[in-house]
Design a protein around this ligand. Structure first.
Ligand code: BG6
Length: 503
């Protein structure tokens, strides 16, 4: 059997350049996402010669800017970048009212002019970097204005959260399908664009030693933590309505969970992978409203210290309601009811203003069935843990026991560690990968219609429970910014005889 050498692999695996010329229309162009993530990612792709010669980007939003005014705003984020002037000649801006059909007529005119000027062969990518409440409206306007009728290919990218709940996600899918086929729709979950997240699949299905033990016979439980040190920043208008469940659990955390839990598909193909993930979502045991206090702990941060700086509590953040009950933290336990995972709980946790920024999945194996050292050791032997560190310090680690040198029998837990950065790998920003794949029409890292709806279905009782409003006050626990969340979350896992791995 031929196995490729390291150098050969590196050459083959470099990001493939986008070949087709294109026009990219970004709705929500004056927002943070466009400024902080999309434009820097596009710039990096340009800088690394991954974009074709013929392309243009037109930003559309409510704010008023001239093309040059808009470029100046973007330049702030890309200070000192050597190719900025060259890149910015591809960037334009059109002011738009999302509810006004005549705005879309002007936009269409602008796009047509740019298409001629840049010879983009009519290929259009629409990127909706807007709050979910106006996504459907924009799609309707695009359709009504005939902007989806193009000479080349057309694609549409929808940011998360996709819809606001199950009903709105279904409606949105309905509207999208009126004007775009499923193949033309790209539902983004930028976590899937992270190299370390994609590596979970390769790790599981390209190594023969782990798959046989990847089940209830060997695994005690799984933990997923996505901890952030940042607060809501300038996004209170969105976040105070969304909360941590819509913002992190329904999408990022559930996607991570499905990659860990899914069965191997017969072939490595986007549609087959989506199918397997959907099967996982179907198997997640529904938590009823009555069971929520038993399975989920919610928290909201109060004033505290993060990285040596005193930061305000959530309710004192600009734009947050003073009596807000929006959770900024949640810890929950779920069960995946199938043969592989029966009896193996998944503990999921995410929050803002926590002690440290870290996203990690840890697989906790069962303890040894019988300790031959029980007469010599006072403590239990710590079970093996396999960790996928998604960020920062991207790594895969396996902990195991070794003997401390010396005459006494003492154990020491050590790690086998694979660190992406120490190996010198360039890890592209998730948005670089996401944009590349939309432009190349590759669906691997995007979420399908059924997947998104199933995830909403699971969270519907939770969201209804949260939307009950004021009565919730007893269920949302305060936690000091800069800690690991409310003490109740510690107690929650300790009740099961376990503890949070990341702390
Ligand atoms: C976004 C959420 O999807 O993910 C944000 O809306 C969150 O609230 C962000 O901060 C986290 O992404 P990352 O890549 O920094 O872990």
């Amino acid at each position: 059997m031929k196995v490729k050498k390291k150098k050969e692999v590196e050459e083959v695996c470099l990001l493939e350049p986008v070949k087709d010329p294109f026009g990219l229309v970004i709705f929500g162009a004056s927002g943070d996402l466009t400024r902080q993530k999309l434009i820097p990612a596009l710039y990096n792709l340009y800088h690394n010669r991954l974009l074709p010669d013929n392309f243009f980007i037109v930003g559309a939003a409510r704010s008023r800017f001239t093309d040059n005014g808009y470029r100046d705003v973007l330049k702030e984020t890309l200070k000192g970048k050597d190719l900025w002037d060259e890149f910015s000649r591809h960037v334009f801006y059109t002011q738009i009212e999302y509810s006004d059909a005549s705005s879309f007529v002007s936009l269409q005119r602008r796009i047509k002019t740019l298409e001629r000027r840049f010879a983009t062969e009519g290929n259009r990518l629409f990127y909706l970097a807007v709050p979910p409440q106006i996504t459907a409206q924009i799609v309707e306007m695009l359709g009504a204005g005939g902007m989806n009728k193009v000479r080349g290919w057309k694609r549409i990218v929808v940011e998360k959260p996709f819809g606001w709940d199950l009903a709105s996600a279904r409606d949105l899918n309905g509207v999208l399908h009126r004007y775009f086929t499923e193949d033309e729709i790209f539902r983004i979950d930028h976590y899937l664009g992270k190299e370390t997240v994609q590596d979970i699949l390769l790790f599981r299905f390209a190594n023969s030693i782990f798959e046989p033990i990847w089940n209830r016979n060997f695994i005690d439980h799984v933990q997923i933590t996505a901890a952030e040190t940042v607060g809501v920043g300038k996004r209170a208008g969105y976040y105070d309505k969304a909360g941590v469940i819509r913002d992190m659990f329904q999408n990022h955390i559930f996607q991570l969970m499905s990659l860990i839990a899914m069965e191997p598909p017969a072939v490595f193909d986007p549609a087959r992978i989506r199918e397997e993930k959907v099967k996982v979502f179907r198997s997640v045991r529904q938590i009823t409203r009555a069971e929520i206090p038993e399975y989920i702990v919610f928290g909201q941060y109060i004033q505290g210290e993060v990285d040596g700086t005193v930061v305000p509590g959530y309710r004192d953040e600009e734009g947050v309601r003073k009596d807000s009950h929006t959770p900024t933290f949640a810890a929950m336990k779920i069960h995946v009811d199938n043969w592989r995972w029966q009896g193996v709980p998944f503990y999921l946790r995410s929050g803002k203003r926590l002690k440290r920024r870290v996203t990690e999945v840890s697989i906790h194996f069962k303890p040894v069935p019988h300790s031959i050292f029980r007469h010599q050791l006072s403590e239990e032997i710590a079970p093996n843990v396999l960790v996928f560190r998604i960020q920062p310090d991207e790594a895969i680690e396996l902990s195991f026991q070794t003997k401390m040198p010396g005459t006494r029998l003492c154990f020491r837990e050590v790690n086998m560690n694979f660190s992406y950065r120490q190996q010198g790998f360039y890890l592209p920003e998730a948005y670089e990968r996401v944009l590349m794949d939309c432009l190349r029409g590759d669906h691997l890292i995007f979420v399908g219609q059924e997947g998104v709806e199933k995830a909403w279905e699971f969270f519907t009782p939770v969201l209804e429970f949260l939307d009950k409003g004021k009565k919730l006050i007893f269920h949302i626990h305060d936690y000091r910014a800069g800690t690991w969340g409310p003490l109740e979350a510690e107690e929650f896992i300790r009740r099961d005889g376990r503890y949070w791995w990341v702390n």
